[in-house]
Design a binder for this molecule. Structure first.
Ligand code: ACO
Length: 327
C-alpha cells in the first residue's frame, strides 16, 4: 500500500456572518435554543454571486501556497461537495482552471458530510495507482443556499466554507501521514438526511421552487445514527492499529452538533481537552467541517509534530467513516 501524506491544510469561509440573533429576525428561533441544542453561535454565509467554486478556489490557492507547490505540478483535482454550482460542469473542473492546474483529471464526488474522509480514501487509491500523483483535495459547500429559511429545524444548523489539502506519496516536508482509514455506507437510511434538487425533484420552468429542493432531516434519528456509528468506527480504527484512546492527542469529529461530538467523546472516554470543536463560529459546513477544524487546530498549536489525530464523520447517504492521522 502506497503511503499518503498531507502537505498542507487551508480553509476559506465567506466574510458575511449570520449570528443567532440575526437568524431570530428571519425565523422563529432564539440564541439560547440554538446554542444549547447545537453549540452554534454563528455561521458564515456566501454573498450574492459567491458560489462553491469561489470558496473552493480560495481555499485551494492557500493550500498550494502553504505546500510551496505550483498548480502546474498537480495531477488530480478532486472536490467533495453536495452543493455544486451546477450539476455539471463539476466544481473540480472550475477549480483546476481557476488555480492554473492545466489539463489534469478533475471530478466531484458526493459523500455528503463524510466527504473529507471519503476524499482521503479516494486519494490513497490514486496514489496506489500512481505514486507520483500530486492531488489537490478540496471540500467545499454553500449549504445556506439549500436551506429553507422558514424551516427553523434545519436553517439554524448550516454554514458555508471550504477546506483544501495538497496530498502526495512523498514524506519529505509533509505535515501528516495517513495511518489508517475506513469508509462505510448504508443506503437503507437514505431518508434521514436529503438534499434535493436532482431528478427526484421535478419541476417545470415557471413553477415555484418545490420544498423537495431544500435540506430535509430527521434530527433525532440522525443524532442516534451519528453517535453510534462514529463511536464504533473510532473504536475499530484504534483496535486494529493497537492504539488505546489515551494514545490519541486530538479528536476532530465532523462539526455537526456539539451534543453529538460530546456524546462520541464520552463513548470513547476521551477527555474534553482532547476534543476539538469550532462549530460555534462556523456551524455545520458538511464536507468542509473537518478540514476547516484541522486547519484551525493546527494553526492554534492544538496539533503538534508527532500528534495522533483521530477524525470521524457521518452524513447523508447514509455515509460515515474515520481516519487516523499522524502529524
Ligand atoms: N428554535 C427554537 N425551537 C426549535 C427550533 C429552533 N431552531 N428547532 C426546533 N425547535 C423546537 C421544536 O419545534 C420542538 O418544539 P415542540 O417541543 O414544541 O414540538 C422542540 O424545539 C424540540 O424539537 P426537536 O426537533 O425534538 O429538537 P431536538 O432536541 O431533537 O434538536 C436537532 C434538534 C438540534 C436538529 C437535533 O435533533 C440534532 O442535533 N440532530 C442531529 C442532526 C444533526 O446535527 N444533523 C446535522 C446535519 S446532517 C449532517 O451533518 C450529516
Amino acid at each position: 500500500m502506497t503511503d499518503l501524506y498531507i502537505h498542507s491544510l487551508a480553509f476559506h469561509t465567506p466574510e458575511k456572518v449570520l449570528s443567532n440573533d440575526d437568524l431570530s429576525k428571519i425565523v422563529d428561533t432564539n440564541d439560547e435554543w440554538i446554542r444549547t441544542r447545537t453549540g452554534i453561535s454563528q455561521r458564515h454565509v456566501a454573498g450574492a454571486g459567491e458560489n462553491t467554486s469561489d470558496l473552493a478556489t480560495k481555499a485551494a490557492l492557500k493550500a498550494l501556497k502553504n505546500a510551496g507547490m505550483d498548480a502546474s505540478e498537480l495531477t488530480h483535482v478532486i472536490v467533495a461537495t453536495g452543493t455544486q454550482d451546477n450539476l455539471s460542469p463539476s466544481v473540480a473542473c472550475m477549480v483546476a482552471s481557476n488555480v492554473g492546474a492545466g489539463h489534469v483529471m478533475s471530478f466531484d464526488f458526493s459523500a455528503a458530510c463524510s466527504g473529507f474522509i471519503y476524499g482521503l480514501s479516494i486519494c490513497r487509491s490514486f496514489l496506489c495507482a500512481d505514486p507520483k500523483a500530486k492531488i489537490l483535495l478540496v471540500c467545499a459547500e454553500v449549504l445556506t443556499r439549500r436551506v429553507d429559511w422558514q424551516d427553523r429545524t434545519t436553517c439554524v444548523l448550516f454554514g458555508d466554507g471550504a477546506g483544501a489539502l495538497v496530498i502526495t506519496a512523498e514524506a519529505e516536508n509533509a505535515l501528516a501521514k495517513l495511518e489508517d482509514i475506513q469508509c462505510l455506507s448504508d443506503g437503507d437510511g437514505r431518508e434521514l438526511i436529503v438534499v434535493g434538487g436532482g431528478t427526484a425533484c421535478a419541476y417545470q420552468k415557471g413553477d415555484p421552487v418545490d420544498s423537495c429542493y431544500f435540506i430535509r432531516m430527521m434530527g433525532r434519528e440522525t443524532y442516534k445514527f451519528a453517535v453510534r456509528n462514529m463511536s464504533a468506527i473510532c473504536h475499530e480504527l484504534l483496535d486494529r492499529n493497537g492504539y488505546d484512546i489515551s494514545d490519541v492527542d486530538l479528536l476532530v469529529a465532523h462539526q455537526a452538533n456539539i451534543r453529538i461530538i460530546q456524546a462520541v467523546g464520552e463513548r470513547l472516554k476521551i477527555s474534553e481537552d482532547r476534543v476539538f470543536t469550532n462549530l460555534a463560529q462556523y456551524g455545520n459546513t458538511s464536507s468542509a467541517s473537518i478540514p476547516i477544524a484541522l486547519s484551525e487546530a493546527f494553526d492554534q498549536d492544538r496539533i503538534q509534530p508527532g500528534s495522533l489525530v483521530l477524525t470521524t464523520a457521518f452524513g447523508s447517504g447514509l455515509t460515515w467513516g474515520g481516519a487516523l492521522l499522524r502529524f
